[in-house]
Design a protein around this ligand. Sequence first.
Ligand SMILES: Nc1ncnc2c1ncn2[C@@H]1O[C@H](COP(=O)(O)OP(=O)(O)OP(=O)(O)O)[C@@H](O)[C@H]1O
Ligand SMILES: [Mg+2]
Length: 365
Amino acid sequence: MPIFWRIFLTNLVCVMGGGWLATEITTRFLQPGAITTAMHLTLIGFALAVSALVTWRGIEYTFRPLRDLRVAIDRFRSNGADMVLPSGAGGDPDTRAVARAVGDLWTALSQANARVAEQNDRLRVLATEVIAAQEAERQRISRELHDEAGQALTALIIGLERGENEMRGDHLADARANVRRLRDMAIATLDEIRNLAIDLRPSVLDDLGLVAAIRSYARAVMARSGLAIEFVVVGVDESERFGVDIEIALFRVVQEALTNVVKHAAATGVTIRLARDADRLVALVEDDGRGIAPVEGDRADTRRLGLFGIAERAYLLNGEFEIGPRAVGGTRLRFSIPADAHRDGVSVKTAHNGSERVLASASSK
Ligand SMILES: Nc1ncnc2c1ncn2[C@@H]1O[C@H](COP(=O)(O)OP(=O)(O)OP(=O)(O)O)[C@@H](O)[C@H]1O
Ligand SMILES: [Mg+2]
């Protein structure tokens, strides 16, 4: 029988039974006019108490399974133990069935959550490994470019210069011009190879540290692109060293931010700020270009890996990342990580930063 009817009929029986009993008592055992107001009130009070008791017991019995379920969920929440569903008999069968269904759902949900968390952990390890492998490969190629191709080109340039000097006489003027052209080409190629090697992994980052690496990279970009770049360092010593993960992450973020400014911003000036804020290191890159539009900050576009890569580094190093337009025009990118970050934490931040709307941030925990 549905719960509603069970409660309704129980109350109906109580009320009718009480009425019948009161009528029986008054008509059979008492003289007319013998009932005083006090007795009247006592009888009504007694009937009400009996009715309330029966109703309370009925409702308590009906909803006992839900109460047991709530206790089980509270216990699960407070100590994280496996949820033990209320067992066996007791209580209304309908509510027990509902409680059991909710309990089963809860258990299924917990198991699914545990599976997602496990997969998330695996993905995190995989992403960390991919980034580490990419860095190692970049370092290897950068060294090879520098040591092998760079040395070979330098030797070639010296040889060409020597050859040019040894070609004397007017009859060799054309040959001299050809050799000079070849030497100029070799010099330009050497420049390109050096830039490529720096982009891949500047040795100054490993040898002298983050500040020197950013400074030297900013100079190279300035020379290549004509951008006016200002580099401000606050609270970090010039020669201070951090963990290799931190140095690489911050360098790569600044590198990608500058590449984006050159590629997309149509800016004339950029300010890079590297600062220590309490126990965090913050890299801030602000340009005076066209600004970033909301849809551009959306990293769902898998063809665009730059901002996605920055968010990924933030995710893996317990960091925070925001990019958005500046109120005064241009784009502002902020990346921060704990100065002693390890690749095991996650922090989520979706924020509005004063008047500067934040379009993208390290996310998804
Ligand atoms: N400083 C900036 N000024 C203006 N727009 C920007 C700036 N930085 C990024 N964007 C916009 O955000 C988009 C996403 O940047 P992201 O670095 O992820 O991709 P990408 O530079 O196009 O490609 P990739 O970095 O993979 O070579 C860019 O295509 C660009 O439209
Ligand atoms: Mg990019």
